[in-house]
Design a protein around this ligand. Structure first.
Ligand code: ARG
Length: 462
């Protein structure tokens, strides 16, 4: 019979035991559960609810439980219901009756809340460290291949020539913002629910600050009901994960596009590609496709959490047991995808020559003609119109801007001089865009500097 069997004669049926247990999901929080229990021992001792000798016995017992769980010699079965009952039951088997004192002034509701915050704190730290590594992997590519000239796209149509580094940096900045979202989430979950009891607090003279301090939280959660009912920190963590995944998914989509033979400008490392069981020539960008696909799952996890709490009356309801499935999946998946994307960038090589033809053909440099005229003091709207006439002139002759001659240009607009043709050079076009945030190498350099200084300062994960 479970630890709460007093008012029952027979207890739940075997199908209910199987249905209601959460060990298969929450056993992975045993370290946090033991850590929380250790802090609770300190609370009970400080309140003189147990003696020094009892505290020592409980702490030694908890060490034993932890050791058995880590060695796999204690394998709790479904009848123990969840990780909290499993730890307490085994503790009491080991230390005897004093084990039964541990649950004074706490409830599983505040244990759940505490364990999840502890778990999340570590994992969010890992996510942040992973994001910094991913930024570094992107910076590696910027360093190695970032000077290549490529078309920049709008509407997936070639727009203006840019340096590859400019594009990669545009993938890096959102990741830095994601890391600051992680910081925000960490700051808000920095409060300790332990000692809240079921929801109403406890009649015993405990100091919840003792647990908060020992567990490294800034303070106890101020309201005991909020302490056990709140799940906004899980939702916030899952939101951060969803936003990260939206960024990874955009990167992944470009990895797929760029490594296709139509683009042919990214060679993904073998380590992250797979073959086809039927088409021997294939080397598929599966890692990127999986990242793109998993983004949908993480969005689903966020939706599951939001839906779970919508309309849920205060305080604890068993519905909330489902929160960990969604949370763990969101965080595990996101941390894994961040790592995989780092690996992909690290092992991929750009072969930007694939873009040479695209840069020459087309009308990618039409904006240059307009900007040239602006330099000659022509108002931009007029300059834009004249550049449009130049495009039409080439199209009428069945070609692209390479057909243009100085004479032709001068006929289109009197402000064109012979040197206008020199502006029709993709690299020159990119390098002229040296305004803050522009694609010129001079405008990229401070961004690289700032991102790499930031990434190096992000704390390593524990
Ligand atoms: N396994 C439950 C959970 O994870 C523990 C909470 C139990 N509390 C209760 N009132 N049944 O949410």
């Amino acid at each position: 019979m479970p630890l709460w069997d007093g008012r029952f004669d027979e207890g739940p049926g075997s199908d209910m035991v199987a249905f209601s247990q959460s060990l298969d999901v929450d056993l992975r929080m045993w370290r946090e559960d033991v850590q929380g229990s250790r802090a609770h021992v300190a609370v009970l001792r400080e309140a003189a609810l147990i003696t020094d000798a009892e505290a020592t016995t409980l702490l030694e017992g908890l060490d034993r439980v932890a050791q058995e769980l880590s060695e796999g010699t204690f394998l709790p079965g479904p009848e123990l219901e969840d990780v909290h009952m499993a730890v307490e039951t085994r503790l009491t088997e080991i230390v005897g009756d004093v084990g039964k004192k541990l649950h004074t002034a706490r409830s599983r509701n505040d244990q759940v809340a505490t364990d999840v915050r502890l778990w999340l704190r570590t994992r969010l730290g890992r996510l942040r460290a992973g994001l910094a590594q991913l930024v570094q992997a992107l910076l590696e590519r910027v360093e190695a291949e970032g000077q290549a000239v490529i078309p920049g796209f709008t509407h997936l149509q070639r727009g203006q020539p840019i340096l590859l580094g400019h594009h990669l940096l545009a993938h890096a900045w959102p990741l830095q913002r994601d890391a600051s979202r992680v910081d925000d989430a960490l700051a808000r979950l920095d409060a300790c629910p332990l000692g809240a009891g079921a929801m109403a607090g406890t009649p015993h003279p405990i100091d919840r600050g003792v647990a908060a301090r020992q567990l490294g939280f800034s303070a106890p959660v101020p309201n005991a009901m909020d302490a056990v009912a709140a799940r906004d920190h899980l939702i916030e963590a899952a939101s951060v994960c969803a936003i990260v995944m939206s960024h990874l998914s955009r990167q992944a989509e470009e990895m797929v596009l760029w490594s296709s033979s139509e683009f042919g400008v990214l060679r993904m490392g073998e380590a992250y590609t797979t073959g086809s069981s039927i088409m021997p020539q294939k080397r598929n960008p599966d890692a990127a496709e999986l990242v793109r696909g998993k983004a949908g799952r993480v969005f689903g996890d966020l939706m599951a959490l939001l839906t779970m709490v919508k309309g849920l009356p205060l305080a604890y309801n068993r519905d909330l047991q489902e929160d960990r499935q969604a949370l763990f999946d969101a965080v595990d998946t996101t941390v894994a995808c961040v790592r995989i994307c780092s690996g992909i960038w690290h092992t991929s090589r750009f072969e930007a020559e694939g873009y040479e033809a695209a840069l020459q053909g087309d009308f990618l440099l039409a904006t240059e003609l307009a900007d040239y005229l602006v330099r000659k003091d022509v108002p931009f709207r007029d300059a834009h119109h004249a550049a449009g006439r130049a495009v039409a002139w080439c199209e009428a002759r069945g070609g692209d801007l390479s057909l243009l001659t100085a004479d032709a240009l001068m006929q289109i607009h009197a402000a064109f001089d012979a040197d206008a043709l020199t502006w029709l050079d993709p690299r020159g076009a990119a390098e002229r865009r040296a305004s803050l945030g522009g694609t010129a190498s001079a405008a990229m350099a401070p961004q690289v500097q700032s991102l790499s200084t930031w990434a190096e300062a992000v704390p390593e994960a524990s």
